[in-house]
Structure formats: C-alpha cells, structure tokens
Design a protein. Structure first.
Lengths: 191, 596
C-alpha cells in the first residue's frame, strides 16, 4: 500500500481520538518509523496491523475502523490536495462511481506499483449495483465507508448495503439506493 | 488503395474521439462545428464566427490566419488559445475532406485546478486522451517532492538524534570528557592512523587521583564530583588538540598524546602532573590531591588494550612505593614483571607442595651465654630459580593472598621439629612469626590444636607479631591475643622501634617481650643516640617486666653493649645464622638454657 493510505489512517485516528492514541497504536503495531511518506510503498501487513491495533486501542471492531477510515479518506484526500483530481471524477455520485474505474486506470500511470481495485457499476431498477474486486482481502467495510464519504461529499443521501451473494466469487457487491427525501439533493437525474 | 482508404469517420465518432475538435470551412474560415467538451469553453456566438475571431494560434507562428496558411502546418503540433480566455488547446490540423480543416486535440492545462475552474471533468475527455493522466502525474510528482523534503528532514532528525546518542554514549556524564567507550573508539582510530605515520610519537598515560576516596568519604560526593570535574578539565586542557583525554571510571583518567618529538613527552606528562597537583577549590575549601601517572610509549605493533595494560602496570608499580609520581613503562619493568609473574607461579606451587622449609636461628641468653631458643624463619630454595630472599617471597605470598597458608606451613613444619627435639630431650623454645593475614579467630584453635597434636607444652611456643600487624583491628586483635595468652602462649612484639613504637601498645597488648629491630642494633656500639634509645627501651622493659631480645647482632661490640644495657636475649649472625634443623644446634652442644 502507498504511504498515503497509512497516513490517512493516522489522520483518521488523530482527528477522532487524538495523537496519544495514535502513538499507542503505532507502538502496538510495532512501527518504528516516525511517519509515513505518501509516495513510498509499504507492506500491506503494516496497514492491516494498524487497523488491528486501532481496533484494540479505540475499542471498536476492525470493520468499524475500516468503515470510519473509508469515510474519512474522502475528506482526507480532499484536504491533502487531491481535491482537484477528485473533482475530475464527476459532479455527483453516479458520475463519480461510473468514472471510478477510469480514474483508477489513469492513476495507474502515476502509481505503477499500486494494486488498484476494480469497480463496476450497473444501473438497475431504482438502484445501483456496485461490484468491487480487490487483490486485498477484508476491505469491504472500507468501501462502505468510502461510499458514505462520497455521498457526503456530493451532498447526496444514499442507502448503501453490502449484499451477500455467491454469484461473483472474489468480489463484493453493494446496492446503493438513492434516498430522495433530502430536498437539497442534486443528482444527475434530478439535474 | 490501402485498407485505411476504406475508413471514414462519422460525425458522432469524431465527436466521441475528439470532444475538443473544431471544424473550419476552408473557403471563408468560418467555424462549422465544435466538440461538446469545447463548446462550453467558447463565447456564445462562436458558431459561424471566423476562426481567427475566436482562436489565436500561439505556435507555430502564422502571420495571416487563414485556412490556406494553416493547411501548410498539418504535420505540426499546434497550440491555440481561445481569445480573451486562459483556455489553451494543443493538437493538430487535418484535412478530413475537401474544403474543410479539422482541429483535433485536447485542452492544455497547467494543473488540475485550472481544469476544475473551467468546469471540465474526467468525462469530458476521450478515454485515450492522456491529459488527465498528466494532471494526476503532476499531482503525484508534487507529493513526491513533498516526501523528498520530508524524508530529508526525517533523515536530518535521525542523524541529529544519532549524533546526540553517540555523543551521549561516548561522553562521561559527570565530567563531560570522553568516557571509556569514547576513548576506546577514538583511541583505536588514532592508533590506526599512527601506524601509518611513524614520524610522530604516541604515548598513553593512565592517571589516578591519590586520596580521592578520602575526599568523598570526608567531604561528601558533591566535593568529590567537583574535584573530578575540575581534574577532568585540567587534564583536557593540558592535552589540548594534541590528543584525547578520557575518564575510564572512578578517579582514573586516561590520556593519549600525539607528539612531534620524543623530547616533548616528558615535559607534557610532567605538566599534566603539575596541573593536577595544584590545589582544587570547592566551596571555599581547598583540596590538595596528588596523581600517580603510568606512561607508555605506544609502539606501532601495540593494540590499545596492550597500551592501557602497560600504562596500568607502570602506574601500579609506581604507586607501590610512592604515590604522586610518574612511572614509565620500560623494557626493564616489563622484564621484572615477567620474572615476578614466573616467581608467583613458582611460589604458589612451592606453598601448595609444601617445599618451603623453616630454618632455625639460634637465640642465646646474655646471662648464661647458652642456647635458649630458635626462631623459625621461612626459606625457599627453588630447584629452578635457586634461593629466593624471604623479604621477596613473603611479599609475593601476601600478593597471592597465600601468606596465611605460608604461616601455617612454617608453623606445622617447625612444630614437627620442635616435637622431635623435645622427644630427644632438648627442651628448646620456638619463636614463630604470625602475619596479619593469620591473625584471625581461627588462629587460636589452629595453634592450640597444633601443639596439642604434638604434645608440646604451650609455654615452648613464642609467637612474634609486628606492631603493624596488631594495629590493623585493635579490639579484635586484643581478643585473639588474650585468647592465645590464656592458652599459655607467650607473645613478643617484633621489629620494635620501626613502627609506631607506641608505649601504649606495650601497655594494652598482652605481650611479654620486645624484639628490638636490627636497625637499632646495627649502630648500637657507635651511635650515641642509638645507645641512649636502647638504654631507655631496656629500662622501660625492666620496669614493665618485659624480656628483651636484640636481633641482628653481627659483632662482639654489639653483643657486649646489648648485654651490658640489660638485654635478656640475643640473635644474629654473630651468634648463629639460620640453618636447617640438623645443623642449627651444632654450634651449641649442650648449651641449652632457659627459654627466651
């Protein structure tokens, strides 16, 4: 994983629980590095260890840590100067999700060693079906968090659920249903 | 005809592939159509406007902007900008059909922010268009630059803390000069450099503050620490930039000096000693302290460990006799120490194998001129080394911690001989020396058992102790001596006159006699002061009911004088040399008298 992910986890912990907790997490995860570098590659184990240790220190389930981090990631990348690139993705959730795979294909030029996940979206009757494939296991809760964060970013309200399905081995399927109760929501359809 | 000739692009395909395209009519230079991505970037009335009214060609330079002139640049990379905006496009012109010109390309952006400002996103670009990829690459490059700066700063921090750690690890916390580890580190480097630069002289000196413990004990650790710091500063200053100074621990310092000339060495070391010997001031108190220095000149073949060892040997040897001196490690000293080492090995074996023998020196009565008793004296005749002087091997036995064992060996062998004499009807008494090492509570049991095992009456055994021996632990010593006396043994104060010669000792310790040291006896017949002194001792002894033995008598004159002043017994070469049991009594056939 690129260091920016681990830095995102750090930012998530520090902003939600404080720097002391982060130092505890680093200690438990047995990390000697003073800080992560965004553009350096780190072993995936480091990220998993951080999530495990955060779960221990913050006393919440690892899935909750991942979901919280996923949501935070959207805010964090924006704050860290990626907002402009992020905005290239589109002006609403549907556009963004539709362009996510293309975005990853383009990012691959900049991050040749990144093991990018695959996202494909099918618009179905009244909902979106997002299929997520990643060489890394157990990160589905993080995708839930990312979707939460995106919805917030676009000021939209979506009901997101992870579907248990055997139809697609090695992938996770999410159903996203737009909640139109929010009068402020501006979506592509509405526009 | 090539396979390509059958290709033609539909309007919708052009739109899909080139969302930033612009079609121009060749005849009137009017804009015919524009791609969907470009449309929102142009003024509202762009349609049917002249191309040069909406666009300006930045590169290549074209004077008259007409379709005709542009046509000559269809193989060039063209940069055009939308008039009165910041929007720049890059691409090329092609002639798709007769009578028209087509610009195909993409937006040229400096950064993603500018793209965002003009309302374009990823969906605006054809999938193969690399423009967004450049933006992402540019962003990532910014991050890499930021990381490089961060890494540099992290490395600087790490390097700083590593330097601080090594500084800490190599510096003595109290005196702030190099500590043992630091000295070892720097010293080794200097030594390695010295090997390749034989022009300079390299010396190593160990310096120990004499009497420092007393300052700590009597004035507290604050005073001790202050003196250590001040001493360290003086040593460091004398070394200057000519080497290094370190504290090895406690009150032991080390110096390594690189000097240009041999003659500088002595001056430098002496200056260091003078500096240390100058009184120290702490809280309005002055402390005079001396230093003992051991110095060695380091040979290129020496290791640092070896150099320290040599300096240590020199310092140790120097301090044995007098403190506050400079002692040089020399080949002679090394030779002497090697011999001593061999001697220690041989002595240890000799004591363990009980090859050291007692010789017996006769003591006669001045009153009867007859043999009174013998003093048992340890003698060592090593089959390899030969005869070793008793003052040498007794000191070495003490160094080995085997003096008690040696005393015991001589006592056992001497008492065997005494038992033998008694069995032959020769009722001699025997004087045996007891060293401080033997003076412990077990001595009483040991002596009592030794005489009891041999059926010797305690009154035949006289134990001789020096003043120095009995003064080491006064209360305990008195209890041991009392116990010996209570068991019927008599005690004599040996070498009287050389130690403290305190009359109090004669009063307090349960001694029944004094043995006057040979140094007084030597000029007893010539030196008036010695004569007066000996007369006084004899008078005191007389009034305190103590018997007096004079040892070291070597002439008739001495003999006569000592007899005349009232000494009771005499011993010395004039009377008889120490000898093995089978010869020592031959001079005194049937002369045995009352025991001394």
């Amino acid at each position: 994983m690129y260091g920016m992910v681990n830095r995102g986890i750090e930012d998530f912990v520090v902003s939600s629980a404080g720097v002391d907790k982060w130092n505890q997490i680093k200690k438990i995860a047995d990390l000697e590095l003073p800080e992560f570098l965004d553009s350096s590659l780190y072993n995936d184990d480091t990220t998993y260890k951080l999530v495990e240790s955060a779960s221990q220190v913050l006393n919440i389930a690892p899935e909750a840590v991942l979901r919280g981090f996923g949501r935070h990631w959207i805010l964090y990348t924006g704050r860290e100067g990626w907002a402009s690139v992020f905005d290239l993705g589109g002006e609403n959730m549907v556009d963004f999700l539709n362009g996510l795979d293309s975005m990853h294909a383009r990012v691959q030029i900049a991050l040749p060693d990144a093991k990018m996940p695959l996202f494909s979206v099918i618009e179905k009757n009244g909902y979106l079906e997002l299929t997520y494939r990643s060489p890394r296991p157990c990160l589905a809760p993080m995708v839930l968090g990312l979707l939460d964060g995106l919805a917030e970013q676009f000021n939209e309200t979506w009901d997101v659920s992870l579907i248990e399905s055997d139809s697609c081995p090695g992938c996770e399927i999410f159903h996203l249903k737009k909640n139109n109760d929010n009068p402020d929501v501006v979506t592509r359809d509405a526009a | 005809m090539t396979p390509h000739d059958s290709l033609s692009l539909s309007g919708s395909l052009v739109e899909e592939l080139f969302p930033f395209h612009c079609l121009i009519s060749e005849q009137d230079n009017l804009i015919v159509s524009v791609g969907t991505a470009l449309t929102p970037l142009l003024p509202q009335n762009y349609h049917c406007s002249r191309f040069d009214a909406v666009f300006r060609i930045v590169r290549p330079e074209i004077q008259a902007l007409t379709a005709q002139t542009i046509k000559t640049h269809t193989r060039s990379c063209v940069i055009i900008e939308v008039v009165d905006t910041d929007i720049v496009l890059r691409g090329q012109f092609v002639i798709p059909a007769k009578g028209c010109l087509l610009f195909i390309g993409s937006i040229l952006v400096q950064n993603a922010e500018s793209l965002e400002n003009i309302g374009i996103n990823l969906h605006s670009f054809a999938p193969f268009d690399l423009t967004p990829d450049f933006l992402i690459l540019r962003k990532f490059r910014e991050i890499e630059h930021k990381d490089i700066k961060k890494r540099t700063s992290m490395l600087a921090e790490l390097s700083k803390s590593r330097d601080e750690l090594s500084e800490h690890a190599y510096t003595d916390e109290l005196t702030k000069i190099t500590n043992r580890r630091g000295f070892w580190n720097t010293g080794t480097k200097i030594l390695n450099e010295h090997r390749s630069n034989k022009k300079s002289v390299l010396i190593l000196a160990l310096l120990d503050l004499d009497g420092f413990k007393a300052i700590n004990d009597n004035h507290g650790h604050d005073a001790g620490d202050a003196i250590l710091c001040a001493a360290a500063e003086r040593i460091r200053d004398t070394v200057g930039d000519q080497g290094i100074a370190g504290r090895l621990g406690g009150d032991e310092f080390v110096l390594m000096l690189i000097l240009e000339q041999q003659r500088d060495i002595k001056d430098h070391v002496e200056r260091t000693l003078r500096e240390i010997n100058y009184p120290f001031q702490h809280r309005f108190q002055q402390f005079s302290i001396k230093a003992s220095i051991g110095v060695t000149e380091i040979e290129p073949s020496d290791t640092l460990e070896c150099a320290i060892h040599h300096a240590d040997i020199a310092m140790y040897e120097g301090r044995k006799d007098t403190r506050g001196l400079i002692t040089w490690y020399t080949a002679e000293l090394a030779q002497r120490l090697e011999e001593k080492k061999q001697l220690l090995v041989r002595l240890k074996e000799a004591i363990n194998h009980k090859v050291i023998e007692p010789h017996f020196q006769p003591i006669i009565s001045f009153e009867s001129f007859k043999l009174s008793s013998f003093e048992a004296l340890a003698r060592w005749n090593d089959p390899e080394i030969g005869i070793v002087r008793p003052d040498i091997f007794i000191a070495l036995a003490e160094e080995l911690g085997m003096l008690d064992q040696l005393d015991h060996l001589i006592m056992e062998k001497s008492l065997d001989q005494l038992a033998c004499w008694h069995s032959e009807g020769k009722q001699y008494s025997l004087h045996i020396n007891v060293s401080a090492a033997s003076l412990k509570s077990a001595l009483v049991d040991r002596v009592v058992k030794a005489i009891s095992d041999r059926n010797i009456d305690a009154s035949y055994l006289k134990l001789e102790l020096t003043e120095t021996t009995i003064l080491e632990n006064t209360d305990f010593t008195i209890s041991v001596l009392d116990s010996l006396r209570d068991n019927g043994l008599t005690l004599t104060l040996d070498d009287f006159g050389t130690g403290y010669s305190s009359l109090t000792h004669i009063k307090d310790f349960p001694v029944s006699g004094l043995k006057i040291d040979r140094s007084f006896v030597a000029d007893a017949h010539t030196n008036e002061k010695s004569k007066a002194l000996l007369r006084s001792v004899a008078t005191i002894a007389k009034y305190m009911d103590l018997h007096i033995i004079a040892e070291g008598i070597e002439s008739q004159e001495q003999f006569d004088f000592l007899r005349d002043i009232g000494c009771h017994y005499g011993q010395g070469f004039f009377i008889g040399k120490p000898a093995l049991a089978n010869t020592c009594e031959q001079l005194f056939p049937e002369q045995q008298d009352a025991a001394a």
